[in-house]
Design a binder for this molecule. Structure first.
Ligand code: PMP
Length: 307
């Protein structure tokens, strides 16, 4: 669904609330030409106590950390951005939504050096259902191992959520969809499993849980961190610095993706290999995840900011 069909009309840009149509940038903005921006994807869930933003602090922290290697100065404190987000949600009367903060080098000159380009900071919120589809949450998705590899972290910081990195995600995802799959799995330069184009990956084998470690060219997902905590609290052993070979995908008992957009989505097939319907451990973790984010439990309350 396009933005025009959504009931949203306000964007926060550089300290001000502006009309949706007025949130414009110049075509010669540095960030547009060179992908020199950083962003976040955050969810706000509908709960009994009203809209609740999931793990704002961790997302804001990742935004500032992502900006560091690029020397992109974000002149707003986390609290200011959080308050702007809450105000956007209140003003537009949203009960649940996706939140997209972005900061990038703006308009001044187009040398590769962004030295005089100002930082543009904006936040938009809009209603957005689960990324890979409601049906996918229950029945799982079919995925294709991409012919494109992830950038090595010696080539570009893959643990930073940088706009330019997402052309790799786009190539992998579109290739998979062109072949009739819903999403891709992307291997790292060594040929081991990294992640999805916009998701982390978890594997279940013999009752234990594995997810690629931070040295495997992944983004350290906030959902990944949350699922690791939830799974351990449920009593599972989680190997969170695993190296997973491509072949291990085929012998997994269960596989699932995690991400702000995709939430917890089971994977039922990888290329020609059937993994199976949503497995019991995936189902338990997924159901616990939704109990947590929709606040049907008091636990993990410090993960939420009530709007
Ligand atoms: N990996 C990539 C490449 C992503 O874009 C995302 C989405 N931000 C994730 C993993 C999952 O991260 P998170 O759980 O923080 O959304």
């Amino acid at each position: 669904m396009g933005f025009d069909e959504m009931d949203v009309d306000t964007i926060w840009k550089d300290g001000e609330f502006v009309d949706w149509e007025d949130a414009q940038v110049h075509v010669l903005s540095h960030g547009l030409h060179y992908g020199s921006g950083v962003f976040e994807g955050i969810r706000c869930y509908d709960t009994e106590e009203g809209p609740a933003i999931f793990r704002w602090d961790e997302h804001a922290d990742r935004l500032y950390q992502s900006a560091k290697p690029y020397e992109l100065e974000i002149d707003y404190e986390s609290e200011e951005l959080e308050e702007a987000t809450a105000e956007l949600i209140r003003r537009q009367g949203l009960e649940e939504c996706y939140i997209r903060p972005i900061a990038f080098f703006g308009y001044d000159s187009l040398g590769v050096s962004p030295k005089d380009c100002p930082t543009v900071v904006a936040i938009a919120v809009w209603p957005w259902g689960t990324y890979l589809g409601e049906d996918a949450l229950e029945n799982g998705v079919e995925v294709k191992v991409s012919s494109w590899r992830k950038h090595a972290s010696s080539q570009i910081p893959t643990n930073a959520k940088t706009t330019g990195l997402y052309v790799n995600s786009m190539l992998a995802g579109e290739e998979a969809r062109r072949h009739g799959y819903v999403e891709a799995i992307v291997l790292n330069k060594e040929g081991n499993v990294a992640e999805g184009p916009g998701e982390n990956l978890f594997l279940v084998r013999d009752g234990e849980i594995y997810t690629p470690g931070l040295a495997e060219s992944i983004l350290d997902g906030i959902t990944r961190q949350s699922v690791i905590t939830i799974a351990r609290d449920l009593g599972y052993t989680v190997h969170d610095q695993a190296t997973i070979s491509r072949g291990e995908l085929n012998t997994a008992d269960e596989l699932f993706f995690t991400g702000t957009a995709a939430e917890v989505t089971p994977i039922k097939r990888v290329d020609n290999v059937t993994i199976g319907e949503r497995g019991p451990i995936t189902e338990e973790i997924q159901s616990r995840f939704f109990d947590v984010v929709e606040r049907r439990t008091d636990e993990y309350d410090d993960w939420f900011t009530y709007v």
